[in-house]
Design a protein around this ligand. Structure first.
Ligand code: BG6
Length: 515
């Protein structure tokens, strides 16, 4: 019989947020208004925040506390997804919002921040605890961490804690990622650092762990003997939405695969940890990321495909190509689509391809993981395909973990078609979050903010994980840099990406599933 684990601390599962101040660098930015403030407000709405709580926004724009409060009220109203706005609650919540105008490069600003935090600790009873959140341009991360450190703000004192949340990107390549780590570590220890990857906070991504390690049914099949290959898709129908200048320097491989999708892959493929505890879980993720095969430059064309969307008319609308987007060069060589065949070199996964693809301006927004099982060893029946045509082998079973937007899990298998004879047809067994649980699920940022305030880094990435994912993608970036000149654009907006991506799978006798 399963026993309660004596190493598990039940209090960690209660998520009681201690008194604290959240200090946001980049308070005038997109993330603050779209995600951070709506999430904090939502936590207040659900009575998840403590009495002693405050938010300090920092950016260069001159604003009073009141201006900031009004601006945030408008943002919360606009970006609060599927939640009511309660004016009385907001009026109370916003008394804890403060603003400091300042430049991360100005050493004097950190002294002013320290003084402000001291005042706030008294007036709002935050107990001196502070969660610093870097949501600025990435080149400000190092200077901000340094400024906080030199002003003595990185040091925990009198039992109060100090933590630093860092938004992606963690570096632009392997070298800059290491430089950033050195800068962060100058003043903050690893256990104070919370590198956020919002995909890990998504309920459906967390549920992969629950599905795998909370159910004995599938785990015996979760290996090379039964699984043929895995497809991870993160398709977006939007283009670069005013982020052309940033995106041009990043591209799909850096923007989505190096971080979010490799974290998803590690969640699907990692070994079970002995306990559900930050170090143990992250050790397993890191181990998995380190077992990804690192390609030699001459292998890159076989295992990775880059794409860029060109203009197209979709649904009666003219969509611009990437090179026509505002802020983008007419000759930009950025990948707006990337597909990679990853190979995991360990006993569980040797020989099982993990195909990962992501792209902007795809036909629809969908993120899912398709796990394709091996076919039956010997076929007895006739299977009828989706279109009704007879095919002579049973379809391989497929498990689909649907991350968004229709969250759930589906199991595809073959069933006898009613009537004479023994014709098989693929059918599906579906679990749907909405139907099973009802209610509203917390957004990734709500979950992750609570975790950081509680001091639980299980769903945050760690330096060795960041480095291992860069090691896996760097040769691809280098390979593309050397060879791809002159090929873009290579897929029209509104389609599933370049043909080379289909060819990559076809070489193994596989094809992309249409999600
Ligand atoms: C961000 C990327 O990290 O994730 C964006 O920078 C992308 O380009 C976004 O659109 C996708 O997140 P989600 O939660 O909408 O899938």
């Amino acid at each position: 019989m399963a026993q309660a684990n004596p190493f598990q601390d039940p209090l960690r599962f209660e998520r009681r947020v201690p008194s604290c101040a959240v200090v946001i660098f980049g308070a005038n930015g997109d993330l603050t208004k779209r995600k951070l403030l709506p999430s904090l407000y939502r936590l207040a709405f659900e009575r998840r925040l403590p009495q002693g709580f405050a938010v300090v926004g920092i950016s260069r724009t001159a604003m009073s506390d009141d201006d900031f409060r009004q601006k945030m009220e408008a943002s919360v109203k606009e970006f609060l997804e599927n939640s009511p706005f309660d004016q009385a609650l907001w009026d109370d919540f916003c008394r804890g919002l403060f603003y400091l105008a300042g430049d991360v490069a100005d050493e004097g600003m950190y002294g002013r921040l320290a003084a402000r935090l001291e005042e706030i600790a008294k007036s709002r009873q935050t107990a001196g605890n502070a969660l610093f959140y870097l949501s600025t341009q990435p080149d400000h991360y190092g200077p901000a961490a340094g400024g906080l450190g030199r002003a003595g703000l990185a040091k925990s004192s009198n039992g109060a804690w100090r933590r630093l949340v860092v938004e992606k990107p963690f570096g632009h390549d392997e070298t800059s990622a290491r430089e950033l780590e050195t800068q962060l570590h100058e003043h903050f220890s690893e256990d104070q650092l919370y590198r956020i990857d919002h995909y890990l906070g998504k309920e459906t991504v967390q549920n992969i762990l629950a599905f795998r390690f909370g159910n004995p049914l599938f785990e015996p099949l979760w290996n090379r003997r039964y699984i043929n290959h895995v497809q991870i898709t993160a398709a977006e129908s939007i283009g670069v939405e005013g982020r052309g200048a940033y995106y041009q320097g990043a591209g799909a491989l850096r923007d989505m695969i190096q971080n979010h999708l490799l974290q998803v892959l590690s969640t699907v493929a990692m070994e079970p940890s002995a306990v559900f505890e930050p170090t143990a879980v992250r050790d397993e993720r890191a181990k998995l990321l380190r077992s990804i095969r690192v390609y030699r430059p001459n292998e890159v064309p076989d295992y990775a495909v880059a794409g860029q969307y060109g203009p197209a008319r979709v649904g009666g609308k003219d969509l611009p190509g990437f090179r026509e987007e505002p802020g983008v060069d007419a000759q930009a060589m950025t990948d707006t689509y990337a597909a990679v065949t990853f190979q995991i070199e360990n006993w569980r996964w040797a020989g099982v391809p993990f195909y990962v693809r992501t792209g902007k301006r795809m036909p629809k927004r969908v993120t899912d993981i398709a796990i394709r099982f091996n076919p039956v060893p010997h076929s007895l029946f006739v299977t009828e395909g989706d279109g009704g045509a007879a095919i002579d082998t049973a379809r391989p079973n497929m498990l689909i973990l649907r991350i968004q937007p229709e969250e759930g899990i589906s199991l595809r298998f073959s069933s006898k078609q009613p009537g004479a004879g023994m014709k098989l047809r693929p059918v599906s067994m579906d679990f749907n979050y909405g139907t099973s649980f009802g209610g509203r699920t917390p957004t990734a940022y709500e979950t992750l903010l609570v975790d950081a305030m509680v001091g639980d880094a299980t769903l945050y990435t760690r330096q060795d994980m960041v480095e291992a994912s860069w090691t896996a993608v760097q040769p691809i970036l280098d390979g593309w840099n050397d060879h791809k000149a002159g090929q873009f654009p290579n897929y029209p907006a509104g389609t599933w990406g370049p043909k080379a991506s289909d060819d990559m799978l076809a070489r193994n006798g596989h094809e992309w599933r249409v999600p």
